[in-house]
Structure formats: C-alpha cells, structure tokens
Design a protein around this ligand. Sequence first.
Ligand SMILES: [Zn+2]
Length: 355
Amino acid sequence: MTKINFAVDHQQSVFHNPFQNNELVTLPLEVRTDPLTGHQSVFNTALEGKAQILFPDTDYDYMAQRAEETVSTCFLCPEDWRSKTPAYPKEFIPEGILEHGQAALFPNLFPVAAYHTVIRLGDRHFRKLDELDPDLLADGFTVALDFVRRSFEYDPTMRYPTLNINYMLPAGASLMHPHMQILNSPTPSSHHQLLLDQSRRYKKENNTSYWTDLVNEEKASNQRYIGQTGDAHWLTAFSPTGYNEVQAIWPQKQNFLQFTEKDIRDLSRGLSHILKVMHSMKLSSFNFACFCAPLNEPDSDEPEFACFLRLVNRQNVLPHHRTDDYFFQKLLKNELILNPPEKLAEWMKENFPAS
Ligand SMILES: [Zn+2]
C-alpha cells in the first residue's frame, strides 16, 4: 500500500465569458499538495500551453547585448581577477581562495550566512543554458564540497550547508558571469528546517525514509521520473515550488560529506542535460538549491533525510520582463503549474544521460 499521498483537489471556476458570446463556462482546476511539505500548486487547464504569455521566450539578442554592456564592470572577467577577490584568513584556508580546474571559490563581499562563498565558473562572462557543460559544473561542485568539508572541520557548528545558483538577472543574480554560491551556517534556512522537520515526522510515522519511498514510488509510476545518473534520481515535482521544477534525490547520501568524485560527475551530467532541455524550451534563467542533513548526524542505513536538489526556472531574459513572483507565490506561497509535471518529465527523459 502506498504511503505517500499525492493529493489532488478538483475544483471549478464558473463565469460568463465575453470572449465566448457571454456563455457560462466552467473551468476545471487541479490543486495539488506536496506530500511532504503541504506546499500547494494550481493547474488551470485553460492555462496549459499558455506559458508563452506568462513566460515569453528569451530574447537572445537582448541577452547578448546585456552581456556586452556588463563585461566592463564584471569583477570576475579581468585576467587579474585574483587580485580583486576577497580571501579567507590563512588559518582557515591557507591558500585564501580554493581553485579546481575552471572554478575558483572565495568569500562573498555581502554575506547572508557566516560562511557565504562565491564560485567563479570559468573565464567566459556569458553562457546560455546549453553552454554549462558537465566539466565546468563538476569543477564548481568540487570546490563547493571541498569548502563544505573545510568549513565544518574548522568550525563544527557549521552544520547546514546548501549549494545554490542564481542564474541570470531575473533569478536575482547581480552578475551575468556564471557563478555558484555556497552557504554554510549554524542554523538551517526556513525551508531547510521545514524539510528536516517533515522528513523526521514521516520517518517516525512510517519507519521508512520519505526520500527512499518517494524515489521508489515515482520510479514505479513512471509519470514524473526522468532517470538516474549514478546514485542521483531525477524527477519533476508533483507540486512544484516554481516554474518547471526539477528535483534530484540521493536516497543513500545523507549529507554532502558522503559525496564522491563520481557523485559530483553524476550530478553535473544530470544537471547539464536538464539545462540543455530548458535551453531548447527557450528558457534562460533559473534558481537552484541543494540541501543535506545536518553534518554531524550519525551515518545511518535508513536516514530520515537525503541530499535533495530543487531547480526552478525564473522569468526569461528579455527587456522589461514581468516578474514571476506575484501575490500568489510571494505571499500566499502557492505556485502555478503551466507545464504539467508529467509532460515536463517526458521532455526531460529524451536523451537523458542515464548511467
Ligand atoms: Zn564576467
């Protein structure tokens, strides 16, 4: 018997439509509730296929123009960028900054957590979503996880790391230059806390891990399951928290300290594929956050939490873009579904680089 409740409430909206001779129309609505967090999202069938209206395609000429205009003020671009980046105290990181391949990690000048880093991804100021190749991403995740380990060893109260990306200006990035951000903090963010609390509740009630159950059920039903790269399972969210939410789950990895080089490569291959498909959908902007269990939890064969990644698209890069975060998202904390998660999974499955 299934333990996970994928709840859908069917509602109707009835009104006279002046664009259909004032006839009385009935629009079916589907209200989905996330089985773990209770987060709601709403699918109005009348909006299906209307993503173009709410998320017009990227204007690539404008994007290239913005890239040209911002090169001269980008502190990650000049050849001597190393002389302009902040550095960590020598007793923490003797090298000051961490480098691996095309990636370099250094402190954020405007931190929002005790440990808040920026990771410069390569020399190129501007990359479209199909240009974030697995090698570049893997270099970034390698320094990210090295930093998570070092900051935890240096200060064991730093137990709540997250790996994050704001990609392009509509996603909140202040730089077009590709970069990641790592937070490590003695306290979890609101959402991280919610995920931990609800995962603990589920484990207590069912004596199994929500994340293992979710992967097993999604894989079996095959409606939203995309594929597997190594230990990472990729799927679309049943009740998305943003436009086109894609998730990855590592049921056997409780925290980032357990990630191997292979895990990093598998994450990077999967992520690069997802971003390529998004590029083919004329999308150009996204937010990404990857969570894990507190770092000093004892290892367990059946952990209550698992490493978990959310990726959502944001408004595309185009002049005078309209926000995608209105009262419905920002204050009611609900989300719209424009592409049904089951269709999105079909698009993502094509050519998925499964292991
Ligand atoms: Zn740059």
